[in-house]
Design a protein. Structure first.
Length: 201
């Protein structure tokens, strides 16, 4: 069972036990930072996650590319600008079509090659899905929540309780240096991405 399952899976009782780990459903965790589309109110007391700073604009990503010795061609800037404008997870085909809809003259091969170069350098993220690869503007460690109805993927920053991480370390013998959660779920009927869901009860 994955870390996400042991930390998040619903259970008829109050406590879930896996591999000798006990996790109380009523001891909530806190979402530290959410994308605009995922302002879900999950509250609790946690250790702060260790994450590297996320660039606050495309210009900061340009500087990072230069620091890495990457050439910033017109096409590469187009791709980065679109990813930062959309702030979602898109396929190469999605990006190609959106750029051409905006009147940008760029070929599908050029889009794909630039995406692969950027993700290989760690400038953007790449998610492998059954339907193909999806690319996102973030490259810092973070988690994801996927809608089972629409397939939409939202970025999520979660810090698990230090006590749970220590239990996992004792159970597995590993020292945990970082973690990500891949969560799935459905929005309550009538809610939408621009309406925060309050789960505090």
């Amino acid at each position: 069972m994955s870390l996400a399952d042991s930390a998040m899976a619903p259970s008829p009782g109050r406590t879930r036990t896996t591999c000798g780990l006990a996790y109380n459903r009523d001891a909530p965790f806190q979402v530290v930072r959410l994308s605009t589309a995922a302002q879900t109110a999950l509250t609790g007391t946690l250790a702060e996650p260790e994450t590297k700073a996320l660039p606050d604009c495309a210009e900061a990503v340009y500087r990072r590319c230069r620091d890495l010795g990457m050439r910033l061609s017109r096409q590469r800037r187009m791709v980065l600008d679109l990813l930062w404008a959309e702030k979602s997870h898109l396929s190469a085909r999605d990006i190609f079509e959106k750029l051409n809809d905006l009147g940008r003259n760029i070929g599908h091969t050029s889009v794909y090659q630039n995406l692969e170069a950027l993700q290989s350098a760690g400038v953007i993220e790449c998610l492998d899905r059954a339907s193909g690869r999806l690319y996102g503007y973030r490259s810092d460690p973070h988690s994801h929540i996927t809608c089972l109805d629409s397939g939409a993927i939202e970025d999520l920053d979660v810090a698990l309780p230090a006590e749970l991480l220590e239990q996992i370390e004792r159970c597995t013998g590993y020292h945990i240096e970082s973690y990500t959660l891949n969560l799935t779920g459905r929005r309550p009927s009538g809610s939408s991405s621009d309406q925060p869901v309050d789960l505090r009860g």
